[in-house]
Design a binder for this molecule. Structure first.
Ligand code: NAI
Length: 307
């Protein structure tokens, strides 16, 4: 099979490298509008195939059409944040880019699953779905895998344990209405409150919510890309390998958690055809309320984008 990664910028190149390295796919194609950039990145990644021991071919082109029919299309093209910018400052520019690329992707690969990464993530995912005409199962956004990983990494450091010993799901929006249901967090097999004081836990949640901005502030230019690129690759691998693991992803619920319309971050199982199942975790009333509020805020922003 083939995976197309649109946007050979920071996030796209890491996602492509990781997918190539996983050796699950015949071909990974990078697409970038910027000159020969995608070809250059693709050649560079392919030079690492003996080092990493993969046989996946990596190719770089300038249009989605040249990439050819693909099972999965990962959309990372667009502008990234610069210091002082919020994710939503990017909305109009990136909606035009994501909309056009989605139409191109569906024309070449009518059976593909689209994985949207471009920010503002929640709005771009729903926008891509609307443009695509595809069933919602086949248009998914990447945010929760990254945000959950950030929380787990920070919590593991604070609790002096391994990240593998921390389980957590970041739901809601990729931004201010991120919901981190603490009722579902375990550290070393027990509730987080057994490992860390409540005040420290609140600090970890806040730091997770602001992790993107924290990285933007530290970098001279650009925004986070290692964990984001790896998160996108992880989602594609979970679909191809049908791991059945529960991951947080931006999807369209049909009544799960009492939410009936729009896209929002929820725990899911992915399959070869995209969204296989939304997993209903036993959230507390407050967590459920926050999740529904997140869904409403996303719907408002999507409404403003269409207006
Ligand atoms: P980047 O600026 O390094 O790369 C973006 C690439 O897209 C550039 O190479 C550019 O030439 C290309 N591009 C622009 N328009 C295009 C078009 N029409 N066709 C093909 N390629 C096109 O940015 P980076 O750091 O890779 O971020 C990409 C996007 O991902 C940004 O919107 C960023 O905010 C978002 N992002 C989302 C995350 C998430 O959790 N969902 C996490 C990190 C970044």
């Amino acid at each position: 099979g083939r995976v197309t990664v649109v946007g050979a910028g920071n996030v796209g190149m890491i996602a492509a490298m990781r997918l190539a390295e996983s050796d699950l796919i015949d071909e990974v194609v990078l697409v970038d509008i910027a000159g020969q950039r995608a070809a250059g990145i693709a050649l560079d990644i392919s030079h690492a195939s003996p080092l990493l021991g993969f046989s996946t071919r990596v190719r770089g082109v300038t249009t989605v059409a040249e990439a050819g029919r693909s099972e999965y299309v990962v959309i990372t093209a667009g502008r990234a944040r610069t210091p002082g910018m919020s994710r939503s400052d990017l909305v109009d520019t990136n909606a035009a880019i994501v909309g056009a690329l989605t139409a191109d992707a569906v024309a070449v690969s009518p059976d593909a699953v689209l994985l949207v990464v471009t920010n503002p993530l929640d709005e771009m995912t729903q926008h891509a779905w609307q443009v695509s005409g595809l069933p919602t199962e086949r248009v998914i956004g990447m945010a929760g895998v990254l945000d959950s990983s950030r929380f787990r990494a920070l919590t593991a450091l604070a609790a002096d344990t391994s990240p593998r010993q921390v389980s957590a799901f970041a739901l809601g929006s990729h931004g201010d209405e991120m919901v981190l249901p603490l009722s579902q967090v375990t550290v070393d097999g027990g509730p987080i409150t057994e490992s860390l004081p409540a005040s420290e836990v609140d600090g970890l949640v806040d730091r997770t919510r602001n992790s993107g901005a924290e990285v933007v502030g530290l970098l001279e230019s650009g925004s986070a890309f290692f964990a984001p690129g790896l998160s996108a690759a992880r989602m594609v691998s979970a679909m191809i390998r049908e791991t059945g693991e529960v991951l947080a992803a931006t999807v369209a619920p049909r009544g799960e958690y009492g939410i009936r319309s729009g896209y929002v971050g929820l725990p899911v199982r992915l399959g070869r055809g995209g969204l296989a199942e939304i997993v209903e975790l036993p959230l507390t009333d407050v967590e459920l309320r926050d999740l529904r509020t997140a869904a409403e805020r996303i719907a408002e922003r999507v409404g403003a984008l269409e207006a």
